[in-house]
Design a binder for this molecule. Structure first.
Ligand code: HMG
Ligand code: MG
Length: 296
């Protein structure tokens, strides 16, 4: 089980829904802290419309300041060609596109239907292929939608398959509103694994209903080896009302290490980032263990 990979999404998902945006300088400090704690894949921001998500303005400055680091990737979220071009100009070597398994969420989040979103992604994938840029693909609402409730498994499987066929090297399955429970999550992953290799599947869980760690364990047992998480349990999507934070990275690391999986992450250093970032945001970190393990 030592081939488990963590994708830290705190600087993007963690911050995109905060009432008071974290400054570019503080976002850079957060990412430096995550690198120092041993994270090797860190989503550093997004190139979306600043009118839609003002919290992510300045992502180019964040990425340029961090620069390239040996063995570390900094995927940037992009919704369309404009975002791709901005990412490329800022020096991104990896991007993530994001689709939804629910029509209503697609409309609210990116202002287009699922099919239209794939038309927007096509030139992005072509452009990325031409310059050897890696592309990750998200599917939102895999276990429920804030507007439609249940989402048919067939839609989840179909959107995951289309993203993978299009050239995304990894498909991150997002429980956007954190409503899934372990057996349902495991069944969803099994269904997606009929069209996308298990090695190319990642799980992206929010912890709204306190099910995140249980869902990770259930999907780990199905064979998933890549898990998205956010330091301090920060996170949420502005277009999924009521959806709270992602699973806290420190909780995932604590669970995995307890199971004998070496993550390469220094927990006290990670918890220091959680506490410092929460303080900068003017709130308490969502994960209790960050308060226990952070250096005083
Ligand atoms: P739109 O209004 O339909 O776009 O928004 P448009 O093409 O009509 O353009 C309107 C304006 O936006 C124009 O500017 C464009 O230039 C500009 P104006 O002429 O009015 O000044 N624009 C852009 N600016 C900067 N970067 C861009 C860009 N594209 C257009 N890339 C759009 C469509 C997709 C842009 C918008 O809906 C948007 O930005 N949505 C992003 C929403 C978002 O970031 N949501 C959170 C991330 S997804 C998530 O959290 C889920 C995930 O975590 C997984 C899970 O948990 O499920 C990944
Ligand atoms: Mg998310």
């Amino acid at each position: 089980m030592d081939d488990i990979r963590l994708v830290e999404v705190g600087p993007r998902d963690g911050l995109q829904n905060e009432t008071y945006p974290l400054s570019v300088a503080n976002r850079i400090q957060m990412i430096e802290g995550l690198i120092d704690a041993g994270l090797r894949t860190i989503e550093a921001g997004s190139f979306v419309s600043p009118k839609w998500v003002p919290q992510m303005a300045g992502s180019a400055d964040v990425l340029r300041s961090i620069g390239r680091r040996e063995g570390i990737s900094f995927p940037m979220l992009v919704p369309n060609l404009k975002g791709f071009e901005a990412a490329r100009e800022a020096g991104a070597e990896e991007i993530a596109i994001f689709a939804s398994a629910s029509e209503s969420f697609s409309q609210r989040n990116i202002n287009c239907s699922i099919d239209e979103s794939f038309e927007r992604f096509r030139p992005v994938l072509e452009g990325a292929r031409d310059i050897g840029m890696r592309v990750r693909g998200y599917v939102s609402c895999v276990l429920g939608c804030p507007y439609e409730g249940n989402v048919p498994l067939s839609s989840v499987v179909d959107v995951a398959r289309r993203l993978h066929n299009m050239g995304c090297y990894e498909i991150s399955l997002g429980d956007t509103i954190g409503i899934g429970t372990p057996r349902v999550a495991a069944a969803m992953v099994r269904a997606v694994a009929t069209v996308v290799p298990m090695t190319a599947i990642a799980l992206h869980v929010h912890n709204t209903y306190g099910q995140a760690l249980a869902n990770i364990l259930a999907c780990l047992e199905e064979g998933v080896t890549v898990f998205d998480a956010s330091v301090g349990g920060l996170g949420g999507c502005p277009y999924a009302k009521g959806a709270t934070g992602n699973v806290a990275t420190e909780e995932v690391v604590f669970m995995l290490e307890g199971m004998g999986v070496r993550t390469g992450v220094d927990l006290p250093k990670l918890c220091n980032v959680a506490v410092r970032t929460a303080t900068q945001l003017g709130r308490d970190p969502a994960s209790p263990i960050s308060k226990i393990l952070a250096d005083p």
